[in-house]
Each structure stands twice: as structure tokens, then as C-alpha cells.
Design a protein around this ligand. Structure first.
Ligand code: DX5
Ligand code: ZN
Length: 220
């Protein structure tokens, strides 16, 4: 089963409720990009917006924390209404990452670990048994609308194979960055099962059709 998670980074924030409602029913999750201007060279949105989203929709909130030392904030994001909190492997020391993962679990929320393009598969190994999801960035995190990095495909395939081999509780493999109807089939083929898409959904007038196209896109 493929999940489509539109990223609100690409939406019109003055119409946030309308934008969210435009994907409700056809999208599976709502992807929320939190950036602190330190871990990535951009600042996006934070806790108040997630609290507002939680009041405005029953959609699954997939919160992607692109922030330095996320252990400082994961409980706050759970309390704000995230259904899943994903932290970056490069953003903290190993023990602090493990503590942050445990803190999310203690709040009975799902938890993910994200890797930037240059972080190899081997770095993920210690965390695979601890999380529900791995997020592979297919662009350098920080901005929407960038081009998909095809050199990440072997890493995605490697993670997918490992998940099957170990039949661990980590079964979700999310890709984020440059996903459109051309690149979606490539990531699906190597085992990704959650597709984040900003521009390819909120950049289109017909969101329902855009989501359907991503879900059904096949390699020619
Ligand atoms: C980038 C963000 C992405 C971004 C994707 O750092 O994590 O979620 O919104 O945007 P597109 O789909 O336009 O590449
Ligand atoms: Zn993201």
C-alpha cells in the first residue's frame, strides 16, 4: 500500500484550512515541515501552526523536524497534536536521538528517523529496531521545489530489503523531495511506501487528480 503525504510547505498559508481540506479524503497523511534555520538554512513553521492544524483537521499529521537537537522539543510536538514525529539522524548525538525516540513513544505517538542524502545506510542500522519509519531525503533538506536525487535510489532499496529481511516493526519507508509523476514510480519500484509531495500536489489546481496521479504513476 502506498501512502501519499502532501507537504504543506508548498501551500498558501493564508488559506491553510482550505488547503488542508483540498487534500482530505484523497491524501493519506499531511506532511508538516518544521525548520529552525540552524539544522537547515531556512525557517518554516512551528508549534502554534501544528496546534491550529490539530484543531482544524482529523488528518494524520506527519511532522518532519528539521531542527537541531530535536530531543529538546519532541514532547512539545506530540502535545501539539503530531501523530508521528520524525527526527534527523544528523541533528543530535546518538544517545539523545535514542532518548528522543523513547520520549515520542512514551507519548504513544509514532516515530521516524530521517537521513540527509549524504548519510549512508550503515548509520541507520542502530535505529531501525527503534522506529516505525525511515525517511530518506531525496533532496538536501530546507526547501521545496528542488530536483529529485536519483543517486538515493540504491539507499532506498537497501533499507527496503533490510526491512523485509528483518521483518522489524519498522515497515514505513518515506521519501521526501522532488517527488512527482516521473520520480514516484522509481521510488515505489525500490520499496518506498510513503511519498511526500509538496509542489506536485499543492502546485496543481486539482489536488485530488494530482494525488491520484502520484498514487497510480508507473514506470514506462
Ligand atoms: C524539504 C522538505 C520537503 C518539501 C518537499 O526540506 O522536507 O517536505 O516540502 O517539497 P517538494 O515535493 O516540492 O520537493
Ligand atoms: Zn519534509
Amino acid at each position: 500500500m502506498i501512502r501519499i503525504a502532501p507537504s504543506i510547505l508548498a501551500c498558501n498559508f493564508t488559506e491553510l484550512k482550505k488547503e488542508v481540506d483540498s487534500v482530505r479524503g484523497s491524501a493519506d497523511w499531511l506532511h508538516v515541515d518544521v525548520m529552525d534555520g540552524l539544522f537547515v538554512p531556512n525557517i518554516s513553521i512551528g508549534l502554534p501552526v501544528i496546534q491550529s492544524l490539530r484543531k482544524a483537521t482529523d488528518m494524520f499529521l506527519d511532522v518532519h523536524l528539521m531542527i537541531d537537537r530535536p530531543h529538546r522539543y519532541v514532547e512539545d510536538f506530540c502535545a501539539a497534536g503530531a501523530d508521528m514525529v520524525t527526527i534527523h539522524l544528523e541533528a543530535d548525538q546518538p544517545q539523545d536521538l535514542i532518548d528522543a525516540i523513547a520520549a515520542v513513544r512514551a507519548q504513544k505517538k509514532m516515530v521516524g528517523i530521517a537521513v540527509k542524502p549524504r548519510t549512508p545506510f550503515v548509520a541507520l542500522v542502530p535505529y531501525l529496531e527503534l522506529v516505525d519509519m525511515v525517511l530518506v531525503m531525496t533532496v538536501e533538506p530546507g526547501f521545496g521545489g528542488q530536483s529529485f536525487m536519483a543517486d538515493q535510489l540504491p539507499k532506498i532499496a537497501h533499507i527496503a530489503e533490510d526491512m523485509v529481511r528483518h521483518t522489524s516493526k519498522c515497515t514505513l519507508l518515506e521519501v521526501d523531495g522532488g517527488i512527482d509523476v516521473q520520480t514516484a514510480p522509481k521510488v515505489k519500484k525500490v520499496g518506498a511506501n510513503v511519498l511526500v509531495a509538496g509542489s506536485a500536489v499543492f502546485g496543481k489546481a486539482n489536488r485530488r487528480a494530482a494525488i491520484k496521479a502520484l498514487r497510480e504513476a508507473e514506470d514506462l
